[in-house]
Design a binder for this molecule. Structure first.
Ligand code: GTP
Ligand code: MG
Length: 197
């Protein structure tokens, strides 16, 4: 799919404030600093469309970007990081759960996972939460450029193993690098396919 236009639409504090209309939404979620905003910029090939930072907690609101005047990419705040309290750090903010559970336009959620790590409890918990609530999602491994192919295969293999203990069918998985543009075609083809359904 060609990205002809990509424009910032709005920031919202909760699902009920998100824009009306029936554009399908493809949203990006994951731990703080995993690379959600970077992936949106990479997919759209617009540097600076979504705000990126080396400091976790950069994205604080639900940010909508209109693509090709037809569908939306949604940048969400990260989980697993909060200055406030340990309780909040280990949980999922109401902003995230509210959007994920109540937003009717949400068509598919990409759960971003840093390819460098062993399976982390917070990510597994979030995936379990999505499963319980029947939210359609896939996994996008990020920062693949920081690993050799062998390390990448091993870490993704660990995730597959861990998830297959709980799931009969594994979610769709994408390997990405916003630095190198890896995974762009796969994700955009997938979205194009969804839009044709
Ligand atoms: P929050 O909004 O704070 O939750 O973070 P985020 O998930 O949106 O992450 P963001 O895109 O802001 O990126 C965090 C840091 O990781 C930045 O320093 C990025 O440059 C870096 N980064 C993101 N994606 C990649 C990647 O694919 N490769 C490499 N090497 N660095 C990346
Ligand atoms: Mg961000």
């Amino acid at each position: 799919m060609n990205i002809i236009s990509a424009t910032f639409l709005c920031s919202s504090q909760k699902a009920s404030q998100c824009p009306a209309g029936d554009m399908r939404e493809f949203a990006f979620i994951g731990r703080s600093n995993v690379g959600k905003s970077s992936l949106i910029n990479m997919l759209t090939q617009r540097t600076g469309l979504a705000k990126v930072s080396g400091t976790p907690g950069k994205t604080r609101l639900i940010n909508h970007f209109t693509i090709n005047e037809q569908w939306a990419l949604v940048d969400l705040p990260g989980y697993g990081y909060a200055k406030v309290s340990r309780r909040e750090r280990s949980g999922f903010s109401s902003l995230i759960t509210d959007y994920v559970l109540n937003r009717e336009q949400l068509y598919y959620l990409f759960v971003l996972i840093d390819a460098r790590h062993e399976p982390l409890r917070i990510d597994l918990e979030f995936i379990r939460f999505l499963g319980i609530h029947g939210v359609p999602f896939g996994i996008a491994f990020t920062k693949a450029d920081k690993l050799s192919q062998a390390q990448l295969d091993r870490n993704i293999g660990n995730y597959r193993k861990q998830l297959s203990e709980e799931w009969e069918e594994l979610p769709r998985m994408f390997v990405t690098s916003s630095e190198k543009g890896r995974g762009r075609d796969e994700i955009l083809d997938f979205i194009e396919n969804c839009l044709e359904q």
